[in-house]
Design a protein around this ligand. Sequence first.
Ligand code: ATP
Ligand code: MG
Length: 329
Amino acid sequence: MNSRRPDDAPILQIEDLSVSFSTATGQVKAAENVCFKLYKGETLALVGETGCGKSVVASSIMQLLPNNAHIQGRAIYAGRDLLSLSEKEMSRIRGSEIAIVFQNPSLALNPIMRVSEQIAEMLQVRKGYPAAQSLELAGEMLHRLGLQGDDKMRMYPFQFSGGMNQRVMIAASMILSPRIIIADEPSKGLDGALAAEVMAEMARIKNQVGASLLLITHDLNLARNISDRMAVMYCGEIMEIGESEEIFSLPRHPYTAALLRCLPERGFQPIPGPSPSMIKPPAGCKFHPRCPNISEVCRRKPKMTRVEGRGTAPAGSESEIREVKCWRY
Ligand SMILES: Nc1ncnc2c1ncn2[C@@H]1O[C@H](COP(=O)(O)OP(=O)(O)OP(=O)(O)O)[C@@H](O)[C@H]1O
Ligand SMILES: [Mg+2]
């Protein structure tokens, strides 16, 4: 884990990011006024139920959204707004400075090239390393992720299982020592024990290269285990952001509390009411129709509010910084 001072400069700052898609049935509001900071060396988990907009946020940062997307806001990295860069400028940053692990590895791998060579090629092309050295380093990275042996080095993506290809994607994302890794459901397709192992190795490699990790997942326990902070998204908006352990012990937003109650070890209680429409979301706080703490004011839009204090830590310890988008704060 990483100790961070609140006055540290972030390595990535997302400011008022809004994304909508034009579709035959209307405008899908996939992200609305999303703001967060990613600090150097930290792991920030972006969590929330399926369809809440997590992948859309990741793809926006990398300029990988399809043409029907309308994007507003800024993503400041190294003093520049990534959202306004040309494709040529962005392609220089992608992979080498900011890498992404996609949700679906089979779409991102070249089917007719050995996996080891795909990773080695990145070092040759982007860093100018000689072929033999690149292949050796690719082999080492694959080994760290549990894919060792000469036979694995000779294999093509179709010879690997989905879980193995997912690990190949993780290896590929880290081989160029990027400053930021965006991992979208990186443990998808891996079963429990292996997922934990791969994620732990990913965290170790990330620490070694001094990268920051934006971890996108709907696995709350994974987020708790490997992230320093957590941002909780609902229907395109961040509802709460703060230190992961603190959020787990004292969720402040009613949605976060409801999400945690869905966990088997916390009672397995589903959130009552239907998921909101992304085309015509509820006015005001989007969670209000399902919220147990609803009041009249919730029909108006709440602002993100900074809540200080530490709910569970001993008196006198440094206060955490929590931000919550709810009228109760
Ligand atoms: N190209 C697109 N055109 C129209 N709507 C889209 C498009 N891409 C995403 N969406 C919509 O945007 C919303 C957010 O999608 P997104 O993929 O970001 O969700 P997610 O939080 O990553 O979900 P999951 O956990 O299932 O991966 C969804 O309602 C989705 O249907
Ligand atoms: Mg997704």
